[in-house]
Design a protein around this ligand. Structure first.
Ligand SMILES: [Zn+2]
Length: 310
């Protein structure tokens, strides 16, 4: 299995267009050692002719153009992209679907709630039904592994299997109260475990807590890309960018009491990597003490173009 990080920042990217925080100013004028990043996007594949997208970021068009593996090489072969798995209905996870609208038949996997949010309340996404055949939605169920086979080779034996893992988290602010009230909360935010042969990859770019079940999902995986959005719970309040804490926004902070870096992961086979890094997070500065603390706690930090072969 190949896992390719096409984008590694949280919503807004790094630098964020309207942000004057020390990180964003520092990367713009070269005063800090840091890489610019596009918004979180991951693609996985076991066969060069087929790539699965995990979410569809607002930067998706640019990210596809920057990845030769994902480009169209002939009109006969077409695009290696047709299947997208969504972890939530957040703007950062779904806006890129609109980049894929060019009459291309798509297969989208999401929870029923995410499908309802996008198809019942947001008529813009009806643009995806113009393809022939129109977009196909499959709703995710929890806990059991199901095959993820491309339409070109249904029933392929060496394909991917995957399961959705319910995570704590809320529905996006833009969803109406009336629809929100009718949706089961466990369908708001999920993690994805993808399995190919003996290898497991766990993806959870938004994560509010890490219970025992979830910790087990991470520890049984060969690779885990997890929520690294904020360093501190009050990060955006201190930066005067929001009145909400990291936890209010559905993200377990890295530092502080019960933070992600404090979790006692079993040392073992799992490569643990932080993704979805907000532009205010001091770990983006490669010479910061926070960056060193991440490394000392056994984590890596994702960057655009990072790749894993499992
Ligand atoms: Zn910033």
């Amino acid at each position: 299995m190949r896992v390719k990080v096409l984008g590694s920042a949280a919503g807004g990217g790094f630098p964020q267009w309207n942000c004057g925080c020390p990180n964003c100013c520092g990367v713009r004028d070269g005063a800090i050692k840091a890489r610019p990043r596009t918004q979180a996007q991951v693609a996985v594949s076991s066969d060069p002719s087929q790539w699965f997208l995990l979410n569809a970021s607002p930067d998706l068009r640019q990210q596809i153009l920057a990845a030769p593996e994902l480009s169209v090489t002939s009109s006969a072969l077409g695009s290696p992209i047709s299947t997208i798995l969504l972890t939530s209905a957040d703007v950062d996870c779904v806006m890129g679907l609109l980049h894929l609208r060019e009459f291309h038949p798509l297969h989208i996997y999401s929870t029923l709630s995410v499908k309802r949010i996008l198809t019942e309340e947001n008529s813009l996404f009806r643009v995806l039904t113009r393809s022939n055949p129109p977009v196909r939605w499959s709703t995710l169920s929890f806990d059991s592994l199901i095959p993820l086979t491309p339409p070109s080779s249904p029933g392929a034996k060496d394909g991917f299997f995957f399961k959705a893992v319910p995570l704590l988290g809320g529905f996006p602010d833009y969803v109406s109260d009336s629809l929100k009230g009718s949706l089961p909360s466990e369908e708001a935010v999920i993690g994805l475990q993808l399995v190919h042969k003996e290898k497991r990859f766990f993806y959870a770019p938004s994560l509010l807590g890490l219970g025992e079940d979830l910790q087990r999902s991470v520890e049984e995986s060969d690779l885990a890309l997890l929520d690294g959005t904020f360093w501190k719970d009050d990060e955006l309040i201190a930066a005067k960018r929001s009145r909400r804490t990291a936890r209010d926004m559905g993200h377990l902070p890295l530092w502080g009491e019960r933070g992600m870096l404090k979790r006692p992961f079993r040392p073992g086979k799992t490569k643990r990597v932080l993704i979805h890094i907000n532009n205010t997070n001091p770990v983006l500065n490669e010479e910061s003490p926070e960056r060193l603390a991440v490394r000392e706690a056994g984590w890596e930090i994702a960057y655009d173009g990072m790749e894993f072969e499992l």
